[in-house]
Design a protein around this ligand. Structure first.
Ligand SMILES: [Zn+2]
Length: 75
């Protein structure tokens, strides 16, 4: 009985480990690909500075383009 239980626990543990490794990785990737910048003028979420620059130049051509540093949330 104890042997079977230990085997089951070991199997579950390795399954959790595999799921955690796969899930953690994909979650991190998703988070990295998620919107990082919000346009300070119209609150549109943008994935990165390049994206933001294109948006800003298209939507707010009369406004000065904020620097990448100024868009990062204060730590
Ligand atoms: Zn905007």
């Amino acid at each position: 009985m104890a042997r079977g239980l230990a085997k089951e626990q070991a199997q579950q543990k390795s399954r959790e480990k595999a799921a955690k490794a796969a899930g953690g990785k994909s979650q991190l990737k998703t988070r990295a690909a998620a919107f990082k910048i919000t346009c300070p003028t119209c609150r549109t979420p943008l994935s990165d500075y390049k994206n933001f620059k294109e948006h800003f130049e298209a939507k707010h051509p009369k406004l000065p383009l904020p620097t990448e540093e100024s868009l990062k949330p204060a730590a």
